[in-house]
Design a protein around this ligand. Structure first.
Ligand code: GLN
Length: 270
């Protein structure tokens, strides 16, 4: 059977649009199935039966709500490539704000708590000359992904399997974290794509603040003099996280907004 690219793409676009997914992905997924770049697709008029079959499976997965990044198996963050799978949250553009703030402060020894794919820790190791970067996570499968990402990006990061600070022994001049922060009740309202991401990486307990509370409490022992904590927060959590920082007697708290003018990062001075 001859599979004309234009018919194959029409099938993909129809399926995607029926499921309210951008039809732009039809070309991207076909290029992936054919193992070529999207730009090169224009050079082809047909694809093989095998490629068409793979394409159909990609389209079906995407239509069932699987995020595009999981199908391609990678996501760009801070202009670097990161491998992703169902064991890690997909890096978000919003999180680049946290990384940029951290880079500005040029820390020499940093801990990324709840590292997931490792995107924050690895970006810091890549962009801050000479920084010593440690990264902790409770999830072994996530750490497996993070280690591959460090290798892929040619940086050295020390990964620690740990329930928050349980196995962390050092002191740092900066602790960064994008912990799970979605309120339990809001988990069921998430987009269907987000629902396929690891719940453990999203669930911030009843009030969404469980991890900020625990990290702020335990970080005291792990901050050097004049050390800082940088948190990513949900758009409506600045007040609550600031109150927690006050409760634990941190000196100063500063908020940073994202490009949509939402509070996105909290900087806590130790
Ligand atoms: N920003 C993510 C979302 O909105 C949540 C990330 C997190 O819980 N750390 O889905």
């Amino acid at each position: 059977m001859v599979n004309h690219i234009k018919d194959v793409l029409k099938y993909g676009k129809d399926m995607l649009s029926k499921n309210d997914i951008s039809t732009r992905e039809a070309r991207m997924l076909l290029a992936l199935a054919m193992n070529i770049s999207s730009n090169d697709l224009i050079k082809y008029t047909e694809c093989t039966d095998g490629e068409y079959k793979i394409y159909q499976s990609y389209i079906e997965r995407r239509c069932s709500g699987e995020p595009y990044a999981y199908i391609v198996g990678k996501k760009e963050f801070m202009k670097l490539d990161f491998l992703v799978n169902k064991n890690v949250l997909i890096p978000r553009e919003d999180t680049e704000i946290l990384v940029l703030e951290a880079i500005k402060r040029c820390p020499t020894k940093v801990l990324d708590m709840c590292t997931g794919s490792g995107c924050i820790a690895i970006s810091l190791a890549k962009y801050i000359n000479g920084a010593e970067v440690d990264a902790a996570d409770i999830s072994s499968p996530a750490l497996t992904v993070a280690k591959k990402n460090a290798k892929l990006n040619d940086v050295s990061v020390k990964f620690i399997k740990s329930d928050l600070f349980e196995n962390v022994n050092d002191k740092y001049d900066m602790i960064v974290s994008n912990p799970p922060y979605i309120r339990k009740a809001d988990l069921k309202e998430l987009q269907k794509e987000v629902k396929q991401e690891p719940k453990k990486a999203l669930d911030g307990g009843e009030d969404g603040l469980v991890f900020y509370d625990r990290i702020l409490h335990d970080a005291k022992k792990h901050l050097k003099k004049n050390g800082v904590i940088l948190f990513e927060i949900g758009y409506d959590q600045a007040k609550d996280v600031t109150a927690l920082a006050k409760k634990y007697n941190y000196k100063k708290v500063k908020k940073i907004k994202d490009l949509s003018n939402n509070d996105r990062v909290i900087i806590v001075e130790g």
